[in-house]
Design a protein. Structure first.
Lengths: 51, 545
């Protein structure tokens, strides 16, 4: 059996496909967390108001 | 399977949620381990985030203190140094940045949430803030945190009324909300009193909560990153050296130290400050247009009118209400104004008193203990500049009050203690009578040394009349027991430079006090409200003979 056929038959297995999809969604969530995880906790430079 | 993506997506969501919760638990542990080491440091993440502030509130030996530049200034005798090694089993955790207003403090405290309930906190202000019609938007923005604002707008712990009034004040600074559409929408809906506004606010509420959760996770992440970049030695952070602080000695040492740097001007300001600002600090006729003090002084002189229109008082009132609703055990402090300086500009004591009275009135209305240190207005070693920042000596008094507050059991206990501290030392009567012949303003100093079932004794004198004895009223629970002339000679007083040394007083404890009831003995300069140092004190039992 060729490599492509082995890959195809493996993907046809419901368990393997489920795990691959879970990893896929997990990667998306991890990407989102990575993108939006860094917050901006700085304030604009302080401007002295005087009195 | 009809929905092949559903289960994997749910599984991925569960895993991600688990990872987030695990990460949060890890962050909380690291923050708790590091918070003592970061207690004395001031940096933006500590002030603009929540994670470290909440961690501080969880520690029984850290006392969070919110304030402005007066807490930022470093001094050899500032509270951070005095409490550095936990001498009385706690240290101060300042959260401060110049220009911090009452509204900013309210946002920060609201962000602490339910964990604030029952915890002690100190909030500090300086008077100039309360004489501006409105704090500048750039100044407000310099201390603004969307996380804190979001927690306030969508708070569970504050009443709708407080949130609504706070939102209306926040909307006076529209630029800070420009880049936060959901927060802006929530604040605008909250500020709108119509039924539609209320509906829209409640629609936005769950989204606001979600956004706050995301920002909180970001805060934990940034805190972990900060700690990675700035590793702390957690094992050395809590080096404790318990000892008794001799406050009077410390104040005297601070005074000696401060006088080395403050002799070149008539107001007791720091020499360097005077050198850099003398041109703007001295009143001239006509005043140069760039004088920054002219509007402030004008505002103080017109204080009854000014104080009605400045928004900062609304913020202070809101802060007091918020403190009550959050269940905080708070102490609110204000530094005083330098009497000699403001007198020279024509803003006399009666004008300044309006500020002290209003400050105390607002705090008192909400049962929050408050001290303005107005008794120290004429103490030329108390403030280092015209903006009411504390000198070394001023810091010792501030720290002493903070220490007493931390160790007090309840508000009455603290108020009784604080009264004895603040009216102590070279205090000047709030409305000290001027000597008719010399025009000198009375300036009293003294101590109630002893009050037991045998004797009541102490000393007192007037700086402005160093060789003349003064009269002291001895009171029991507010009733005058006796009036004595403080004219007994004490070698220690003469050696200590107290005029001719004839300023001691002593009386035999009256028989009416020889019962089993508790008596509180007070000693005040007759005809004034100036309490002697260590007065009032509870009558002690006589020493066994």
């Amino acid at each position: 059996m060729s490599r492509a056929a082995v890959f195809s038959s493996t993907l046809n297995n419901a368990w393997v496909r489920g795990i691959a999809l879970a990893v896929y969604y997990l990667a998306i969530l991890a990407g989102l967390i990575w993108l939006y995880g860094k917050g901006d906790f700085s304030a604009p430079p302080f401007v002295y108001q005087g009195f | 399977v009809k929905t092949p993506h559903l289960l994997p997506a749910l599984g991925a969501l569960l895993l991600a949620a688990g990872a987030l919760l695990g990460g949060r638990a890890y962050a909380l542990r690291v923050e708790a381990q590091s918070v003592h080491a970061l207690a004395a440091n001031l940096f933006p993440l500590k002030s603009l985030g929540i994670a470290l502030q909440r961690a501080a509130f969880r520690q029984p030996d850290l006392l969070p203190a919110y304030g402005s530049s007066e807490l930022e200034n470093r001094d050899d005798y500032d509270a951070r140094r005095i409490f550095k090694d936990y001498p009385t089993e706690f240290t101060i955790f300042p959260i401060a940045h110049m220009g911090t207003s009452a509204l900013i403090v309210l946002e920060k405290l609201a962000a602490i949430g339910p964990e604030a309930s029952g915890k002690k906190v100190v909030v500090s202000f300086t008077p100039p803030t309360f004489f501006r019609p409105l704090i500048g938007e750039e100044t407000y923005a310099g201390n603004f945190s969307r996380l804190h604002a979001g927690e306030l707008v969508f708070s569970n712990c504050l009443s709708y009324d407080v949130r609504q009034r706070a939102a209306r004040l926040m909307l006076l600074f529209p630029k800070t909300l420009e880049s936060e559409p959901l927060l802006k929408f929530g604040a605008e809906s909250l500020a709108d009193d119509s039924w539609l506004g209320r509906c829209l606010y409640h629609v936005a509420w769950p989204l606001g909560k979600l956004e706050n959760f995301v920002w909180e996770c970001q805060d934990h992440w940034e805190t972990l990153r900060y700690l990675e970049k700035h590793p702390v030695r957690t094992e050395q952070a809590k080096h404790q050296s318990p000892r008794t602080i001799h406050w009077d000695e410390l104040a005297a040492a601070a005074q000696r130290s401060y006088r080395q740097y403050s002799g070149n001007n008539p107001f007791g300001f720091k020499n360097k400050y005077w050198q850099e600002n003398a041109a703007t600090l001295q009143k001239r006729n006509p005043m140069p247009p760039w004088s920054e003090f002219q509007p402030l002084v004008r505002a103080i002189v017109q204080s009854p009118r000014t104080l009605k229109i400045t928004k900062e008082w609304q913020s202070l009132e809101l802060l007091m209400q918020g403190i009550n609703e959050l269940g905080l055990d708070a102490l609110v402090l204000s530094t005083p104004m330098n009497a000699a300086f403001y007198d020279s500009w024509g803003a006399d004591r009666s004008a300044r008193q309006v500020y002290y009275d209003k400050f105390a009135d607002i705090a008192g209305r909400y049962g929050v203990p408050c001290l303005t240190f107005s008794e120290h207005e004429a103490d030329r070693d108390f403030l280092m500049d015209a903006a009411s920042h504390l000198s070394s000596r001023g810091w010792v008094y501030y720290a002493r009050v903070i220490d007493a507050f931390f160790h007090s059991y309840d508000r009455d206990d603290f108020c009784r203690l604080a009264k004895s501290f603040t009216a102590a030392a070279p205090a000047v009567a709030s409305k000290a009578p001027a000597d008719k012949t010399t025009g000198a303003v009375a300036s009293y100093e003294g101590t109630l040394d002893r009050a037991d079932r045998d004797r009541i004794s102490g000393w007192a004198w007037d700086h402005s009349r160093p060789d003349e004895p003064i009269k002291i009223d001895i009171l029991d629970g507010g009733q005058v027991l006796a009036t004595v002339l403080a004219n007994q000679f004490r070698q220690g007083l003469r050696d200590g430079g107290k005029g001719d040394g004839r300023h001691g007083f002593a009386i035999i404890t009256p028989k009416s006090l020889q019962d089993s009831r508790r008596h509180t003995i007070d000693a005040i300069v007759a005809g004034t409200k100036v309490h002697l140092n260590r007065s009032p004190r509870v009558l002690e039992s006589a020493a066994p003979k």
